[in-house]
Design a protein around this ligand. Structure first.
Ligand code: SF4
Length: 633
């Protein structure tokens, strides 16, 4: 059982246990050069080896392995500690072999101690089952080993490991050109100093092409799975993977709670446990730990148990699917073989988790609920996520339509089971994850989706309600709700306009529809001399459906334009995607990335401006300063 690396570790434990090393003045280990894991590296650890000899031929892969050993030694010893004796050159009689070994030795700063010639004498000794020294003749070959043994007996001079980069190795051994070369410059003179070397264009382009790191598939799958509120999610891997993922899950939860007083239970306190794979399981397998963790989870009677594999459990080959057999009649055990980053990145992990959960849990024959709808792809981190859900739920309920399932905005396993019962689905966010989930549900199950986003502002809400009314045959109910929303909107706009009428506002925004804000600001009687738009998403501008009504919109915009605009228009309020600006006498505030939903979206913002205008902001900062001095200075 276990890998060869484990075997080497066991061998050394055996030597130690029996104090075998103490019996000899010199101990020589002849070990494999592939330092592929900690087990293989045991013999070169300081407690075992005072000196390391690299045996290599002139083949590229042999020199590559020798260079890897130097890397391993440097990891143990650092750049200055001296423990490498040199190179034992084991000739294979290749073309330019002497040259290759010599160039490698020079590049890593090591001597070639001996050259073992290619010779039939070794094969003859093997055939006779004796050592070379016992063979008749072969004095030339024997002398090599006499030299070597004398060197070991005397104690060789030692060097620090100085491995090459792969590129340097290829240049030294194969004669390939280095990508990053010193620029050719004329010798420096006093009048014309040498220019500073710059990375080559190739190196820069390679850096730019490197994809951004969002996280591994394990991390993405875990983020999705914990949103099934009654499931227990088991991370099958080391503590560190679970810790890192728990941080990324709970970070928005902590931020929302401490900064904004908003509670996101699935983010703050997810049902997330770890099998804590250790050294022994990494070698002998972790199925025992996993089975025990699944049984413990099942005993708590959750809606489902979801198991996700990390790199370690993926590499050691634990059979994740096997735990699905532990499923109980009402509690499915679901394996998500993310295998850390081996099955993809963060986004692919999310998609894999969502699709697997649908396939395993959803009942395609669930009894139909004709007057219900599913909400698909709610974002996990929006601070106004729950209040927005309440608005949508209220509007739907007032039309006699129920929310069937929020997938996965806080659904239980039972709700996910009846996902197919609703005749219509609403996509809640325009993110890649949400779109990919929609495409999956449409492509695999023929789900119908509303072709409108969730409504922001009165006009969009009215249109959204009408479309839903037409789909469900509830036009009359829709019109009644629209009338109620209209009255509420007009009443609220008239209230805020008592404070905001005549106030001058300018704002800058990224490329998204802001008709809800433009119409509300106009309805409240505010002045709007300038709107700047940054085409952040590089797609057609969709700021307004009525460009003729808003000639002040400027589509080519940058931060210098906004500075000029603030000085030219001297606004009372400056609104931007990021409130990075401070101007005396100007109220600067943010335009939310995820606005409140429903008819009163803009009114909520306006109430905020009024509150801010009534706040003595400078005075508040003064108070903060006094508090700071009192407690920290
Ligand atoms: S990449 Fe692998 S090791 Fe790193 S957190 Fe993901 S599963 Fe764990």
């Amino acid at each position: 059982m276990g890998c060869a690396g484990r075997g080497i570790t066991s061998a050394f434990e055996f030597l130690d246990r029996h104090h075998l090393r103490d019996r000899y003045s010199r101990v020589i280990y002849d070990v494999l050069g592939d330092v592929v894991c900690g087990g293989f590296a045991v013999p070169v650890r300081r407690e075992y080896a005072d000196a390391v000899f690299l045996v290599t031929s002139g083949e590229y892969m042999a020199l590559y392995a020798a260079n890897n050993i130097l890397r391993g030694i440097r990891n143990f010893d650092g750049d200055t500690y001296r423990r490498v004796a040199g190179i034992i050159y084991n000739e294979r009689r290749l073309e330019d072999e002497d040259g290759r070994v010599r160039r490698f030795a020079e590049a890593v700063g090591l001597p070639v101690l001996v050259k073992v010639p290619r010779s039939e004498a070794f094969a003859r000794a093997e055939e006779q089952n004796i050592t070379l020294m016992e063979l008749e003749g072969a004095e030339r070959e024997k002398n090599v080993f006499r030299t070597l043994s004398e060197l070991i007996r005397r104690g060789p001079e030692l060097y620090a490991a100085a491995p090459l980069s792969d590129e340097e190795l290829e240049a030294a051994v194969l004669g390939r050109k280095l990508l990053r070369e010193e620029p050719e410059t004329a010798p420096a003179t006093e009048a014309a100093p040498a220019p500073t070397p710059v990375p080559s264009a190739g190196a820069e382009t390679a850096a730019l092409r490197r994809p951004p790191l969002y996280g591994c598939a394990f991390n993405g799958a875990a983020q999705a799975a914990v949103r099934l509120t009654d499931a227990i999610v088991i991370a099958h891997g080391p503590k560190a993977c679970a810790f890192y993922t728990l941080q990324t899950i709970s970070s928005p939860g902590r931020k929302n709670l401490f900064n904004r007083g908003v509670l996101l239970p699935s983010a703050l306190s997810p049902n997330f446990v770890s099998t804590d794979i250790g050294h022994a399981e990494a070698v002998f397998g972790g199925m025992e730990l996993l089975n025990a963790a699944v049984k413990e989870a099942l005993a708590k009677k959750p809606g489902a148990v979801i198991v996700i594999s990390t790199c370690v459990s993926g590499i050691i080959g634990d059979d994740l699917k096997a735990v699905e057999k532990l499923s109980e009649p009402d509690i499915p055990v679901i394996a998500l073989a993310a295998d850390g980053d081996m099955s993809g990145d963060y986004t692919e992990g999310i998609s894999m988790a969502l699709e697997t959960l649908v396939r395993r849990i959803m009942d395609v024959n669930a009894p139909k609920r004709p007057c219900s709808v599913n909400l698909i792809g709610e974002t996990a981190i929006a601070a106004n996520g729950e209040s927005n859900f309440r608005v949508i739920e209220r509007l739907l309920n007032e039309m006699g339509i129920a929310v069937n399932c929020r997938f996965l905005g806080g659904a239980t396993t039972a709700e996910l089971r009846q996902l197919a019962a609703a005749p219509l689905n609403i996509l809640c966010s325009d993110t890649a994850d949400a779109r990919s989930l929609r495409d999956f549900l449409v492509g695999e199950y023929g789900f119908a989706f509303l072709d409108k986003p969730l409504p922001v502002g009165f006009e969009a809400t009215a249109e959204w309600l009408r479309t839903l009314g037409a789909f469900y045959g509830r036009e009359t109910e829709a019109e009644a709700v629209i009338e109620r929303e209209r009255s509420a909107y007009e009443e609220e706009i008239s209230r805020v306009s008592r404070r905001l009428k005549g106030k001058k506002m300018i704002f800058s925004t990224i490329n998204s529809n802001i008709d809800w804000l433009l119409s509300a600001v106009t309805d409240a009687g505010m002045e709007l001399p300038f709107v700047g738009v940054v085409n952040y998403f590089h797609r057609p501008l969709i700021v307004t459906a009525h460009p003729e009504k808003y000639p002040m919109i400027q589509e080519t915009y940058d931060v210098t334009v906004s500075t000029e605009a603030v000085h030219r228009y001297k606004p009372d309020i400056f609104l931007s995607a990021y409130a990075s600006r401070q101007e005396d006498g100007v109220l600067c505030d943010t335009l939310p990335m995820i606005p409140d939903l429903g008819a009163l979206s803009a009114v909520h913002l306006m109430d905020r401006w009024i509150r801010l205008m009534d706040t003595n902001r400078k005075g508040a900062w003064e108070n903060d300063k006094q508090l700071f001095e009192k407690y920290f200075a």
